[in-house]
Design a protein around this ligand. Structure first.
Ligand code: F6P
Length: 363
């Protein structure tokens, strides 16, 4: 009797709305059309190193389309090539990649589907180069993965940030205040730019365009003079002043990318208040952008990505991830992802759009 195909799914890195929709689509496609057996590794690459997994039956992936987070659990720290083991207060790092390969061989895996951001997909690429059959699905609210025009989770994060701006607008106007909303995005300003446009932000600050605090103060004062006695500023957590540095919230020693950004909103708020004398408040939206149910767009998009990944498993298109280019699902080499993150290019059409409606980038 022919052995059933066995495919494992893993979710790595920060969670985001739509991961469960991808898990559901990959698993349903494999079970329905390829009679495959599907398993899920627990807590990202931790599960792969420690061989912790569970079977995903059809009923396990039914009813999870709208659910936030990931039913498999995830980790932003676990990396088989630099696996952190705590020794007292210190961490020691071990290369566990050979254990991982052995675990997968023992399980007789035909493919490992990695749903992850640039870090997790970079690891997936190394595992592929070391002999594992891997297919990737790009995931992050930051929208900063190379080789794809869009990542699922981004639309949901932008919707949440936009609602926050709308709410800040009414209170800013009532109190004649400057309101700052700090959004996530890591080293890319996609969330700030999109939510800033959607919410009609007066000033949008992004990592790609270092700002000048004097320009921001001038603009806020000028609006005040014209009778617009409030201003809305949307700032990306990775934004920095010209010649200056990002604001770091914490360092996570065990993580390969140890810097966690955050706090620029408060720094900026103080500077604006000092420079203009106008009352200023800052709000950090934080992990609210990653939690909860995906938007309708993200549900459709994530389902499409999952179905395409299922196709790629069937075709044995290993070492590739599914991407979106000009509205079409495409197969992109995972080597691309390892080259770094996708920030906003200077010629991005959205920058022109924001400028057209008088939005300042603080320069
Ligand atoms: O990559 C997703 C992301 O939410 C970034 O936008 C943010 O910088 C980071 O993760 C936050 O990480 P953590 O969950 O470790 O605080």
């Amino acid at each position: 009797m022919k052995r059933r195909k066995r495919v494992a799914i893993l979710t790595g890195g920060g969670d985001c709305p739509g991961i469960n929709a991808v898990i559901r689509a990959v698993a349903k496609k494999l079970i329905n059309e390829q009679n495959a057996e599907v398993i899920g590794f627990k807590d990202g690459y931790h599960g792969l190193v420690r061989n912790r997994h569970r079977k995903l039956k059809y009923t396990d992936v039914s009813g999870i389309l709208t659910l936030g987070g990931t039913i498999l659990g995830t980790s932003k720290i676990a990396n088989p090539y630099r696996y952190a083991v705590q020794n007292g207060k210190k961490f020691e790092f071990k290369d566990m990649s050979k254990t991982v390969i052995k675990n997968c061989e023992k399980l007789k895996l035909d493919c490992l589907v990695c749903i992850g951001g640039d870090g997790s997909l970079g690891i997936a690429n190394r595992l592929f180069e070391d002999g594992l059959p891997v297919v990737g699905v790009p995931k992050t609210i930051d929208n900063d993965i190379r080789g794809t025009d869009l990542t699922f989770g981004f639309d949901s994060a932008v919707s949440i940030a936009t609602e926050a701006i709308d709410r800040l607008h009414t209170t800013a106007e009532s109190h004649h205040r400057v309101m700052i909303l700090e959004v996530m995005g890591h080293n890319a300003g996609w969330i700030a730019l999109s939510a800033g446009i959607a919410g009609g932000g007066d000033i949008i600050l992004m990592p790609e365009i270092p700002y000048d605090i004097d320009v921001i103060a001038r603009m806020v004062r000028a609006r005040n003079k014209k009778g617009r006695r409030f201003s809305i500023i949307v700032v990306s957590e990775g934004a920095k002043p010209k010649g200056g540095n990002v604001v770091i919230k914490r360092m996570v020693e065990a993580s390969a990318d140890s810097i966690r950004l955050g706090g620029i909103g408060f720094v900026l708020g103080k500077q604006i208040e000092d420079a203009t004398g106008l009352e200023t408040r800052a709000v950090v939206l934080g992990h609210l952008q990653r939690g909860g149910s995906p938007t309708a767009f993200d549900r459709v998009f994530a389902t499409g990505l999952g179905a395409k990944a299922g196709d790629m498993v069937e075709k044995k298109k290993f070492g590739y991830m599914v991407g979106l280019k000009k509205g079409m699902f495409v197969e992109v080499s995972l080597k691309n992802v390892a080259k770094g993150s996708r920030t906003i290019p200077a010629n991005a059409p959205l920058l022109k759009v924001a400028k057209a409606v008088g939005t300042s980038f603080g320069v």
